[in-house]
Design a protein around this ligand. Structure first.
Ligand SMILES: CC(C)(COP(=O)(O)OP(=O)(O)OC[C@H]1O[C@@H](n2cnc3c(N)ncnc32)[C@H](O)[C@@H]1OP(=O)(O)O)[C@@H](O)C(=O)NCCC(=O)NCCS
Length: 149
């Protein structure tokens, strides 16, 4: 199996990221009533690195990395439904850490959906409040976690 964590480079990559997010993260169950914005300012921001995880040439996952202090905030992690629980999310996390280390980052943070906390704990993340404001707003149902890299 050949993996590549690819920074978005083409319209097809952008489309794959949106498609996977809509399929996995921005569903009616998770976000009732939300209208997904394909041109959200946080995605357009050039400092925010957007990725698709490619497996044998096909997009199967996505995430974004937003620089912060001496590290970065991992956002919007998703693996396509029919390939979850087969190790691909762990590969995505490892490749993202390689990318972050190569840019001098020392620590990562994220808002974990409650049902994803077990996944991150297995990968060595621990719970820690790192931004009260996010916890009070869009991340109110999440557990804030961090990992030194
Ligand atoms: C969470 C997610 C990214 C994990 O990716 P994945 O490919 O399914 O995870 P992996 O197969 O690499 O799992 C690695 C380990 O974590 C465990 N794991 C995976 N998802 C888990 C979960 N939701 N809860 C507890 N453990 C989990 C696996 O069983 C595996 O353990 P093992 O090594 O003992 O077998 C993926 O399931 C997903 O997209 N979920 C829906 C969206 C989501 O919750 N995203 C995160 C938002 S913060």
């Amino acid at each position: 199996m050949a993996y590549e964590l690819r920074e978005l480079a083409s319209p097809d990559d952008w489309e794959a990221m949106h498609r996977i997010r809509l399929q996995v993260l921005f569903t009616a169950e998770r976000h009732p009533g939300l209208v997904y914005d394909r041109a959200h300012p946080h995605d357009i921001e050039p400092a925010h690195s957007k990725f698709v995880l490619m497996l044998d040439g096909a997009p199967i996952g996505t995430t974004r990395l937003d620089p912060r202090d001496e590290g970065g905030i991992v956002r919007l992690v998703a693996i396509v439904p029919h390939l979850q629980r087969q190790g691909h999310g762990s590969v995505l996390e490892a490749l993202l850490i390689d990318y972050a280390r190569a840019r001098g980052m020392k620590r990562l943070w994220l808002n974990a959906a409650r049902d994803a906390v077990g996944f991150y704990e297995k990968l060595g993340w621990s719970a820690e409040v790192w931004d009260e404001q996010e916890l009070l707003t869009f991340a109110r149902d999440c557990v804030q976690m961090t990992k030194p890299i």
